[in-house]
Design a protein around this ligand. Structure first.
Ligand code: CAA
Length: 260
């Protein structure tokens, strides 16, 4: 049996998924996309998992893109299928009902940046480099990069990164809003796990409401988004965790959320 290209480990209620092809800088071939899709589906279904952290194995790369060697041999129909497979994975991650943090430990290029952008938060090591270099291959991003970069960082950044294809450093990515935080490489894991622990202790139904509302809001007119927010706000008053959160505040103690 060949080893899975995606390793998984649980630390309390945080699931850490590691793309494990360091000799290829964790490039995404079809098997890796499928393994990630299955791993995220399992994380979504597992009630013990409250937060997912996604990272790449080895000291150099988060993910250096789609696997160019595999991609180069595709027919147009196969390339269409490959793009659809990648986009399906990114959409699954984006719509996961629990927070997903990309721990960007190095290169996040092409499909790697697309993968990081599908996650809800991005924490990058200071030596990371991020970009959409597909243009250098005579291509365009195919796993949602043109669309998510536009929504995440605006038209100017999307056009700059995709047209020029030149990777940017972590500091510039922070300035553009492409990543949320940048920390020294040696601090990356501790910082990411600390953010994950904060999310793991939060009320899961509230987190889910935020994820749903913000995602919906990016895809619909504001009137619809506001109605969606109101509906989810009202619904949370049916949750035990909402009662617990308010009671804990009034009683000056820490809340214990139970996902109910
Ligand atoms: N696909 C397949 N193999 C890759 C790869 C990729 N995306 N990125 C790196 N590798 C392989 C290299 O071929 C090399 O293999 P060998 O040891 O057999 O030669 C190994 O990983 C190590 O890489 P390098 O020797 O190139 O390492 P480096 O430190 O000199 O350079 C790098 C690092 C700048 C990231 C360089 O590897 C690079 O430019 N990689 C390609 C980046 C890229 O173009 N990504 C976009 C892919 S297209 C895409 O993603 C389409 C989409 O949107 C769906």
């Amino acid at each position: 049996m060949t080893a899975s290209p995606v390793q998984r480990r649980d630390a309390d209620s945080v699931r850490v998924l590691t793309i494990d092809r360091p000799e290829r800088l964790n490039a995404l071939d079809r098997d890796t996309l499928e393994a990630l899709d299955a791993a995220f589906a399992a994380a979504a279904d597992d009630p013990q998992v409250r937060v997912v952290v996604l990272t790449g194995a080895g000291p150099k790369a988060f993910v250096a893109g789609a696997d160019i060697a595999q991609m180069a041999a595709l027919t147009p129909i196969q390339a269409h299928e490959f793009s659809t497979l990648g986009q399906r994975l990114m959409r699954r991650i984006e719509r996961l009902p629990k927070p997903v943090i990309a721990m960007v430990n190095g290169y996040a290029l092409g499909g790697g940046l697309e993968l990081a952008m599908a996650c809800h938060l991005r924490i990058a090591a200071d030596m990371a480099r991020l970009g959409q270099p597909e243009v250098n291959l005579g291509l365009i991003p195919g796993f949602g990069g043109t669309q998510r970069l536009l929504r995440l960082a605006g038209r100017a950044a999307a056009l700059e990164l995709c047209l020029l294809g030149t990777p940017i450093d972590a500091a510039r990515a922070l300035q553009l809003g492409v990543v949320n935080r940048v920390v020294a490489a040696a601090e990356l894991e501790a910082e990411t796990m600390s953010v994950a622990a904060q999310l793991a202790a939060a009320a899961p139904l509230a987190l889910r409401g935020i994820l749903d509302a913000v995602l919906a809001g990016g895809e619909c007119p504001i009137e619809e988004g506001l109605q969606f927010e109101t509906a989810r706000f009202g619904l949370l008053f049916a949750s035990e965790d909402m009662r617990e959160g308010s009671a804990a505040f009034l009683e000056k103690r820490k809340p214990q959320f139970r996902n109910r």
